[in-house]
Design a protein around this ligand. Structure first.
Ligand SMILES: NC(=O)c1ccc[n+]([C@@H]2O[C@H](COP(=O)([O-])OP(=O)(O)OC[C@H]3O[C@@H](n4cnc5c(N)ncnc54)[C@H](O)[C@@H]3O)[C@@H](O)[C@H]2O)c1
Length: 340
């Protein structure tokens, strides 16, 4: 079995999760890493026993690399993804895939033209509770959908922003919607379909940042149901919950926990044999980050020529909603999607 060789660009916080999961997969090999910070680069190479580079272009010269994982600050994702695609590497890009739709489209287009795969890390889609919820929606178990809500009540303290100055800057990161809530926003559109209009208030209440640290959004979906988003990185004193709730005429389901990792409510007029097992069940509880499933999905697509679960076009959807939220908040008016 030929192993898929990965290179990681940007060796900060989330790169460690990728490295750990690559090492756990027999079909994968961590072959190279790159970081502009020499100390970070060296500590990563020591810890994982891989060749390190400070220059991204130099890492891309490595002919043996199959995939480049982009774990740099968000404002660099699209450009670095394009560079990788241009030399024939598959691209696995952390969320958000870009900070503008123009950049997202250039990345999608380049990957398609160069014949490489593009996968966006939106790992909630792979979590067992979220998959069960998606299945229930697809099977029509809710009947006519009334509304859905996501609640991201987390804490990112001042140190989180001070230690990594790119965080909270509009051109490099964005605020709580772009960085933290995008996972649940992706869930919301995955379950409820396209957004028709939205109206948002966002504010920067506590953190010393350029972008927002709290926001609320009212949504009308194309199919007629309504939605609501509450997202904050200001919750005292620590992360409280990430909740996704779906309500229909014949069913109610709520996924909760600190990171949307367990089923809290699972109630349908037409019950199924396994329904009772899901509630609070350890079997469907997801304690893992979901990154391993993202990597496996990409490896399978490389090996079989199959499709990526969250490809560039899928990854673009939550980005567009976040950009719509930003626009609505800035204009003080409702915004229609697709964005013009
Ligand atoms: N999927 C998830 O759950 C999840 C979780 C955390 C972060 N993320 C995303 O991952 C990305 C990185 O976040 P983080 O928290 O790991 O950030 P971080 O600041 O901890 O790490 C970023 C690293 O990139 C390096 N870097 C910057 N410019 C570079 C360049 N040109 N070439 C090579 N290296 C460069 C920095 O030196 C730093 O070590 C962000 O886009 C973030 O949104 C995703």
């Amino acid at each position: 079995m030929k192993k898929v060789k990965f290179g990681i660009a940007g060796c900060g916080h989330i790169a460690k999760t990728h490295a750990k999961e690559i090492l756990a997969l027999p079909q994968a090999e961590l072959a190279a890493i790159c970081d502009i910070d020499p100390e970070v680069m060296q500590s990563f190479t020591r810890r994982y026993g891989v060749i390190g580079y400070r220059d991204y272009a130099e890492m891309l010269d490595r002919k043996d690399l199959d995939v480049v994982i982009i774990c740099t600050p968000s404002g660099l994702h699209a450009e670095m993804g394009v560079m990788a695609a241009c030399v024939g590497k598959h691209v696995l890009v952390e969320k958000p895939m870009a900070l503008t739709l123009e950049d997202a489209d250039i990345l999608i287009d380049t990957c398609e033209r160069k014949g490489v795969l593009l996968s966006v890390v939106l790992q909630n889609r792979f979590k067992p509770p979220c998959r069960l919820l998606k299945l229930a929606v697809e099977e029509g178990r809710f009947g006519k959908l009334s509304h859905a809500g996501i609640t991201v009540r987390w804490n990112r303290d001042d140190a989180y922003f001070f230690n990594n100055p790119w965080r909270g800057k509009k051109g490099e990161d964005g605020g709580v919607m772009m960085n933290q809530a995008i996972h649940s926003i992706d869930m919301l559109q995955w379950l409820m379909g396209q957004v028709e209009t939205l109206f948002a208030y966002t504010a920067t209440r506590y953190r010393p940042i350029e972008a927002e640290d709290v926001g609320v959004v009212a949504i009308k979906f194309k199919r007629g149901a309504l939605g609501v988003i509450e997202a904050a990185s200001t919750v005292y004193p620590r992360n409280l919950e990430e909740t996704i709730a779906v309500f229909g005429e014949k069913g109610t389901a709520v996924i909760g926990g600190v990171k949307a990792d367990q089923i809290k409510t699972w109630c349908f007029s037409e019950e199924k044999e396994d329904d009772a097992l899901y509630l609070g069940s350890e079997a469907v509880r997801c304690r893992k980050s979901g990154h391993q499933a993202v990597l496996q999905d990409l490896i399978k697509a490389i090996e079989t020529g199959g499709r990526i679960a969250v490809d560039g076009r899928e990854g673009r959807k939550s980005l567009e909603i976040v950009l719509g939220i930003n626009r609505s908040s800035a204009l003080g008016t409702p915004v229609s999607l697709p964005l013009k």
